[in-house]
Design a binder for this molecule. Structure first.
Ligand SMILES: Cc1cc2nc3c(=O)[nH]c(=O)nc-3n(C[C@H](O)[C@H](O)[C@H](O)COP(=O)(O)OP(=O)(O)OC[C@H]3O[C@@H](n4cnc5c(N)ncnc54)[C@H](O)[C@@H]3O)c2cc1C
Length: 459
C-alpha cells in the first residue's frame, strides 16, 4: 500500500475542483488537515468575523469528508511544524496543498518544503499570480490592461470533480473544533451572521445557482444596495468553498453586459492577488511615497479623531448611507460594494483618518476579509496605491445615496430613520432628524475643503 498523502488545507475548503485533493487521491490514502495557526500570520491573524466563518466552513467540510469516507484532522500551532509532526506520526512522505500568496503563507510553504516533499498547485485564482504579463514582459499594475491580458491568455479547463478518497489504516488524532472557540460566546455577537449566511461548499453552490438566475440583471442592479443584485460569493471565494474556475464555467454561455461585467469583477480578485505577489506588504504601507507624509488625524494622539473613528465604526456619523453600511458590516460581516467605497472614502477623506485603520477594521469585521482584496481596494479609494492617484475624487455620500436608490437599505439598517420619506431619508433636515440619530460629524463642503488642503501639502 502506498504511503499516506497529506492534504494541507487553508483558504481552499472544498472537495470539488481542488487540485491538491485530486493529486493526493490518485497517489494514496489521503489525510486532510487544517492547522489553526495564529503565530505564523503575525499581526495578520484571523479577525473575529473570519473566525466565525472558518468554524462553519470547517464543520461543513468535515461533514462532507465523512460522506466521502474520509475525515478532517484539526491541529493547532505553527503550520510547518505541525504538518511535519503529522507526517512523522502517520508515515506520510508527501504533502499536497494549493499555493497561497499571503507573505506568511509563502514563508510557511518554504519552511515546510525544507522538511518534506511539498507539492503545490494553483487553483484559487483564474490564473496564477505572475502568469499575466504586459507586452514588455513585466507584471501589470493597472487593472484594465491586466484584465485584457488575462482574458486573452485565459483558457480555463473544466473544473475537477470531487475526488474518490481512501483513508489511512489508522487515523491520527484530531483537535475538537469546538475547543478552538472560533465562535463568539460572551457576548455572542454572531446572530446576524447566522441569519445571513450558511458557510460550506454545498451552500456555495446554492448561492451560485441563485445568482445565475439573475446574472443578466447584474449590470443594472449591482450598484443598488437596497436589492440583492450582486452574487454575495465573496466569502465563499475567499475561503475557497468554490473555485473561480467553477464560477467562470457556470457562466459559460451567458452573454450580455451583465455576465461580462460580473466576469470583470471576478478578475479584480486575480488583479489584487497579482499586486500582493508583487508588493507583499501592500496592506501595511501607502504605495505612493508622498502619502507616507500625509497629515492624517491620528486617533492615538487626538481625542476628536478617536471619537470620529469610533462613530464611523459604530455607524453613527450622521450620514445615513455610511451608517447603514457600517451597521450592515457589524451585523452580517459583509457590506455592499458601492457602500464599501462610500464608507471607505468617508473615513479617509471626510474624517482624514489613515486608510490603514479602515483596512484593519474591515479585516476584523468582514467574513470575506482578504489580505489582497481589502488592501488593494482601500489603497484604490485613498488614491495612494499603485493603480490609482485619485485622492481628489471625493465621493459625496449625500449624492451617492439617492443616485443608487439607497432608501430601502437605509430603512433596513438605520431604523431610527425608517419613518422618513424617500426624499428625506438620504439627508434628513435638522428638524426631521430623530433625536436618537446623530448630527453629521462634519459638513460635506467643509470636509471636502479640508481634505483637498491636506492633499495640497503632500503633492
Ligand atoms: C474598501 C473596500 C474593501 C474591500 N475589501 C474586500 C475584502 O476584504 N474581500 C473581498 O473579497 N472583497 C473586498 N472588496 C471588494 C468588494 O466590495 C467585494 O468583493 C464585493 O462587495 C463582494 O460582494 P459580491 O460577492 O456580491 O460581489 P460581486 O459583485 O458579485 O462580484 C463577484 C466576485 O468578484 C470579486 N470582486 C468583486 N469586486 C471586487 C473588487 N473590487 N476587488 C476584488 N474582488 C472583487 C469578489 O470575489 C466577488 O465575490 C472591498 C471593496 C472595498 C471598496
Amino acid at each position: 500500500m502506498s504511503s499516506p498523502q497529506i492534504v494541507w488545507l487553508r483558504r481552499d475548503l472544498r472537495l470539488a475542483d481542488q487540485p491538491a485533493f485530486h493529486a493526493a487521491a490518485s497517489a494514496g490514502p489521503v489525510i486532510p488537515v487544517y492547522v489553526l495557526d495564529d503565530a505564523t500570520a503575525g499581526n495578520r491573524k484571523l479577525g473575529g468575523a473570519s473566525r466565525w466563518w472558518l468554524h462553519g466552513s470547517l464543520a461543513a467540510l468535515a461533514r462532507d469528508l465523512e460522506t466521502h469516507g474520509s475525515r478532517l484532522i484539526l491541529r493547532r500551532g505553527d503550520s510547518a511544524a505541525e504538518i511535519a509532526k503529522l507526517a512523522k506520526e502517520t508515515g506520510a512522505d508527501t504533502v499536497h496543498a494549493l499555493r497561497h500568496y499571503e507573505p506568511w503563507w509563502r514563508k510557511a510553504e518554504e519552511a515546510l518544503a525544507r522538511t518534506i516533499d511539498l507539492h503545490l498547485y494553483d487553483g484559487n485564482y483564474l490564473m496564477p499570480p505572475g502568469a499575466v504579463l504586459g507586452t514588455s514582459g513585466n507584471p501589470l499594475r493597472i487593472y484594465t490592461p491586466f484584465a485584457r491580458a488575462l482574458m486573452r491568455a485565459l483558457h480555463p479547463s473544466d473544473p475537477l470533480p470531487a475526488p474518490k478518497l481512501s483513508g489511512p489504516k489508522h487515523w491520527p488524532g484530531s483537535d475538537d473544533l469546538a475547543d478552538w472557540a472560533l465562535l463568539p460566546s460572551k457576548p455572542d455577537w454572531a446572530g446576524g451572521m447566522r441569519e445571513a449566511w450558511e458557510p460550506g461548499e454545498g451552500a456555495a453552490y446554492d448561492a451560485l445557482a441563485a445568482f445565475l438566475d439573475h446574472a443578466d440583471k447584474y449590470e443594472a442592479q449591482r450598484n443598488l444596495p437596497s436589492i440583492e443584485g450582486s452574487s454575495r460569493l465573496s466569502p465563499r471565494l475567499h475561503w475557497g468553498e468554490i473555485s473561480p474556475r467553477q464560477v467562470w464555467h457556470a457562466l459559460e454561455g451567458k452573454r450580455g453586459v451583465g455576465a461580462d461585467t460580473f466576469r470583470g469583477e471576478v478578475i479584480w480578485r486575480d488583479f489584487a492577488q497579482n499586486l500582493i505577489a508583487q508588493f507583499p506588504d501592500y496592506p501595511e504601507e501607502s504605495y505612493r511615497e508622498p502619502f507616507r507624509a500625509f497629515p492624517w488625524r491620528d486617533p492615538e494622539q487626538d481625542k476628536a479623531a478617536a471619537a470620529d473613528l469610533a462613530a464611523w465604526q459604530q455607524g453613527r456619523t450622521g450620514y445615513p448611507i455610511v451608517d447603514a453600511g457600517m451597521r450592515q458590516l457589524w451585523t452580517t460581516g459583509w457590506m455592499h460594494n458601492r457602500v464599501r467605497m462610500i464608507a471607505a472614502s468617508f473615513l479617509i477623506k471626510h474624517l482624514l483618518i489613515d486608510w490603514r485603520l479602515g483596512e484593519r477594521w474591515f479585516w476584523d469585521t468582514l467574513v470575506d476579509a482578504d489580505y489582497g482584496n481589502n488592501a488593494v481596494n482601500w489603497q484604490w479609494v485613498a488614491g495612494s496605491g499603485v493603480d490609482s492617484s485619485q485622492f481628489t475624487r471625493i465621493m459625496a455620500p449625500l449624492t451617492q445615496s439617492p443616485k443608487f436608490d439607497a432608501a430601502g437599505y437605509i430603512r433596513e439598517w438605520v431604523p431610527e430613520l425608517a419613518e422618513l420619506s424617500d426624499s428625506e431619508i438620504h439627508d434628513p433636515a435638522d428638524l426631521l432628524r430623530p433625536r436618537n440619530y446623530p448630527a453629521k460629524l462634519i459638513g460635506h463642503q467643509e470636509a471636502r475643503e479640508r481634505a483637498l488642503e491636506a492633499y495640497r501639502r503632500i503633492r
